[in-house]
Design a protein around this ligand. Structure first.
Ligand SMILES: Cc1cc2nc3c(=O)[nH]c(=O)nc-3n(C[C@H](O)[C@H](O)[C@H](O)COP(=O)(O)O)c2cc1C
Length: 219
């Protein structure tokens, strides 16, 4: 049986427990929020389908963008159906307007999440490169007011490479928020750090970032 407190807004400091799997509980934080979800080429892309579905059920307005590699793991059609909106797979196809769409999308977003964020995507962002639609949109977001969260996902050796360690530190210094990665079973049958954090933990971090950004914007 549910009680009134079941629907109370979740505090940003809430632990990433099972409540983050319940769209009704997510609604107070995510309702009408304009979110961009970027997906890059990693096995964990299937977990992002769960997150997009929960965000849609919570009333968020979601724009999904995918790299070419990401579209080899999960089809854009899946995310189009889950988000209820067209999916951006190329910076050269203008879906909504004749204006530079990456600027338009970036300027009206409340937050962006890139999940999974590949080793290569981390390197591109850490170096200020924007050769694909995901990094292009991310690069057009002003992180002083709009949070950009990255959920790295890769094999444990890739995660421990000096380049990845350097890039992770640089990204944090540059104002990106890293969520995870977690440690555990990996699709390559290794066990160790590098697997993408679970959807509940990422949604909790996204909620925290949104709440903090909204608080910072208040006069
Ligand atoms: C089967 C397979 C699984 C992969 N899984 C990952 C992964 O989990 N994390 C990662 O960083 N790269 C992974 N890669 C490599 C990336 O897909 C590759 O570096 C790609 O260029 C990333 O492109 P993107 O960042 O533009 O999406 C995988 C490649 C293959 C073939």
């Amino acid at each position: 049986m549910s009680s009134a407190s079941d629907n109370a807004p979740l505090e940003p400091s809430s632990p990433s427990g099972p409540e983050w799997a319940d769209p009704a509980r997510l609604r107070p934080v995510f309702q009408s929020r304009r979110l961009i979800v970027g997906i890059t080429g990693g096995i964990a892309a299937y977990k992002t389908a769960t997150m997009v579905s929960r965000l849609a059920q919570a009333g968020a307005s979601i724009t999904v963008c995918m790299t070419e590699s990401a579209a080899r793991f999960v089809t854009p059609l899946t995310f189009q159906a889950l988000s209820g909106s067209p999916v951006y797979t190329s910076q050269w196809e203008h879906i909504e307007s004749n204006d530079p769409q990456h600027i338009a999308l970036a300027s009206r977003a409340d937050a962006m999440l890139i999940a999974p964020c590949s080793m290569d995507c981390m390197a591109r962002l850490a170096n200020g490169q924007a050769p694909d639609v995901v990094t292009l949109i991310a690069s057009a977001i002003n992180r002083a007011s709009t949070p950009v969260l990255l959920a790295p996902s890769m094999n444990e050796v890739m995660w421990s490479q000096p380049a990845t360690v350097r890039n992770a530190a640089q990204l944090v210094q540059d104002g990106f928020t890293l969520v995870g990665p977690a440690s555990g079973w990996q699709a390559c049958r290794a066990v160790g750090p590098g697997r993408m954090s679970e959807p509940e933990e990422i949604l909790a971090a996204l909620a925290t970032a949104l709440t903090l950004a909204r608080g910072a914007r208040r006069p």
